[in-house]
Ligand binder design. Structure first.
Ligand code: SF4
Length: 341
């Protein structure tokens, strides 16, 4: 469904996610702030999307600054993984070491939060500030918004974060609680209103606000209500289709009956992530992407190797070659069949 006056700025190759933007915000504002450096980064991202030269360093790091989450969402595998569900922060020394590498390599983009809820970590806003001081242009934080109270909002507004991304997935409380179990709809919508109010009162632009709606059987029919409520208030709106993970409580999708999704060149898989980004869990374990399916694919850790070495490792080179040759390893095949690609 098209969200009306919002403009489509990005669609994932298989249609799993569509990002709509209000008022030409993200690209124009960051280009205005960082000029040629930002435009070069986006051009490099486009080349990476075509699975061309990955360069010497990822364009984005996706960091779990902690493990765990306080909710039990239907679509998430965390509730079935007690160890991953438990809160444990990333070692600060590891984070600082990563920021030193980010500064040295002029890392363009960072996401705080990977397969976990980053606002459980009281250092989240401070880490965004450290990332800003390391020269990273685009600093995102993805959250369920449950811990976003007044003091947390003020810290975030002061932090240098460029994008605050909040998952809603519902237009009313009963639907929200059926999907995001353990969460409060009024708490998160109240936090969104307060964030917008304080950002406007202080005359601030940053961080931009992205709200997301994951289309699930339990919220069918609610997207128009969600868009009517938030379509103009948010800077960006993401409309997503679910990815099935083992341990989630969604129904596993049937394997597609048609031909496999086509990449930009014949015979290529469509996943661009091993050319774009590196995920690191809270212990430093490297993922070639931001998907749970990528968790065990590399077996390398940023606790013992620098990011450039992981990015240039045989493991990632072999994975990229397998993707280019259409020989996806098992987890990537599962990922493709789960609705991710
Ligand atoms: S698991 Fe494989 S196919 Fe899925 S996002 Fe990660 S690298 Fe891409």
């Amino acid at each position: 469904m098209s969200p009306g006056p919002l403009a489509l700025v990005h669609g994932s190759p298989g249609g799993q996610a569509s990002l709509f933007e209000n008022r030409g915000r993200y690209h124009d504002l960051l280009a205005g702030r960082f000029g040629r450096r930002f435009l070069d980064y986006r051009a490099a991202w486009d080349r990476a999307s075509l699975r061309q030269d990955p360069g010497p360093f990822p364009l984005s790091l996706d960091l779990a600054i902690n493990s765990g989450c306080q909710l039990s969402c239907l679509m998430c595998p965390l509730p079935s993984r007690p160890a991953a569900r438990r809160y444990e922060p990333m070692d600060e020394g590891l984070f600082l070491g990563l920021m030193a590498q980010a500064r040295e390599r002029a890392l363009p983009a960072l996401t705080l939060g990977l397969a976990s809820e980053p606002l459980l970590n009281p250092a989240a806003a401070r880490y965004a500030s450290l990332a800003d001081r390391a020269g990273i242009m685009d600093i995102r934080l993805g959250t369920n918004g449950q811990a976003l109270d007044g003091p947390a909002i003020d810290q975030i507004l002061d932090s240098g974060l460029t994008r605050l991304e909040i998952s809603l997935d519902a237009a009313d409380g009963a639907t929200y609680q059926g999907i995001r179990q353990g969460g409060s709809f009024s708490r998160v919508t109240g936090a969104i209103d307060l964030f917008l109010e304080r950002r406007a009162a202080r005359g601030l632009t940053w961080p931009l606000l992205r709200l997301s709606f994951l289309e699930l059987p339990g919220n069918r029919g609610q997207l128009p209500l969600f868009l009517a409520r938030w379509g103009q208030a948010a800077d960006m709106v993401a409309i997503q289709r679910p990815i099935w993970f083992p341990g989630s409580r969604l129904e596993k999708p049937s394997p597609p009956t048609g031909p496999p999704p086509a990449g930009p060149n014949p015979g290529q898989a469509v996943c661009p992530q091993p050319w774009q980004r590196l995920g690191l869990d809270h212990l430093g374990l490297a993922w070639p992407c931001c998907s749970w399916y990528g968790q065990g694919l590399l077996g390398l850790s940023a606790a013992s190797l620098d990011v450039a070495s992981i990015w240039g490792s045989d493991g990632l080179s072999v994975l990229r070659a397998a993707h280019l040759g259409g020989r996806l390893p098992g987890p990537c095949r599962e990922c493709a069949l789960s609705g991710a690609l």
